[in-house]
Design a protein around this ligand. Structure first.
Ligand SMILES: Nc1ncnc2c1ncn2[C@@H]1O[C@H](COP(=O)(O)OP(=O)(O)O)[C@@H](O)[C@H]1O
Ligand SMILES: [Mg+2]
Length: 271
């Protein structure tokens, strides 16, 4: 009996909430822990997982050629430059969506699963064919959302569809948390979101401009062992994903003003 590979769909409904960023960061973090990990770009329309991982110049073949049997899977898999345990399976041409069927996606994920401990699937936004194909190939899911009404409503819709497709477990990542806005009730709170969506919370990711800097460099934050706020959050998520109990970051203790930082420094270092 083959090993049990974790095939995890990273989805959201709404676009731009942080799916691809989370996929890239979790992929790197798992690989750094020695887990053989594949990240699969299922967003054929707007592929950019390759860019976030800095691998865009290394792509020769894609999932499309593998399915058409014009190359082998190992020829299409792009190994990460620094993290040998991480490989990317790039998305094919956007026109591939016209003919791709759920069985095709299942086939490709089964092939990838033979070689890896974790397969993370970066899902397209929406709930149309691209989403349905990705769901068909997945076992479990991470739903990413932001503390915003529209993102939460779309996440709710997606959770219903995941449930009816037998995806289990489904866990929640609340991304772009801004402690100050939460504290002043300008943003939905963590409890608001978990109450509405009724999913176990796999983790929070703080709003962090380093995420944007690292994205533009094609070097996910988890690659450098950074200790920035979001990097700490990603590390915690990776541990929880593997069953470890790690306390949640408390947004109210994540003050980011210079005054807050100074006060914390005074407390820890001087007094
Ligand atoms: N925690 C975060 N803090 C700051 N910016 C973020 C965070 N997560 C994602 N972003 C930014 O949000 C934008 C959308 O992220 P992306 O991962 O492409 O979303 P999706 O794949 O869901 O469309 C990107 O510019 C990314 O850098
Ligand atoms: Mg994306």
């Amino acid at each position: 009996m083959a090993k049990e590979t974790r095939v995890i769909l990273i989805c959201s409904g709404k676009g731009g909430v942080g799916k691809t960023t989370l996929t890239a960061n979790l992929g790197i973090a798992l690989a750094r822990q020695g887990k053989k990990t594949a990240v699969l770009d299922a967003d054929f329309g707007l592929r950019n997982l390759d860019l976030l991982l800095g691998l865009e110049n290394r792509i020769v073949y894609t999932a499309q050629e593998v399915l058409e049997e014009s190359c082998r899977l190992d020829q299409a898999l792009v190994k990460h430059k620094q993290e040998a345990n991480l490989s990317l399976l790039p998305a094919g041409n956007p026109r591939m969506l016209d003919w791709l069927k759920p069985e095709d996606m299942k086939k490709i994920v089964e092939m990838v699963s033979e070689l890896f401990d974790f397969v993370l699937i970066d899902c397209p936004a929406g709930v149309e064919d691209g989403f349905k194909n990705a769901v068909a190939a997945s076992k479990e899911a991470i739903v990413v959302t932001n503390p915003e009404v529209s993102a939460v409503r779309d996440a709710d819709r997606v959770i219903g569809l995941l449930n009816s497709n037998g995806i289990k477990p489904i866990q929640l990542v609340l991304n772009r948390v801004r402690p100050k806005m939460m504290a002043s009730q300008e943003m939905l709170s963590v409890d608001d979101v978990t109450d509405i969506l009724a999913l176990p919370l796999l983790g929070l990711v703080l709003e962090d401009e380093q995420v944007i800097v690292s994205t533009n460099r094609g070097e996910p934050l988890t690659l450098s062992g950074s200790n920035s706020p979001a990097a700490r959050c990603y590390s915690n998520i990776v541990l929880r994903l593997q069953g470890e109990e790690v306390p949640l970051i408390d947004p109210s203790k994540e003050g980011s003003s210079i005054g807050d930082k100074f006060r914390r420094l005074m407390q820890t270092k001087i007094f």
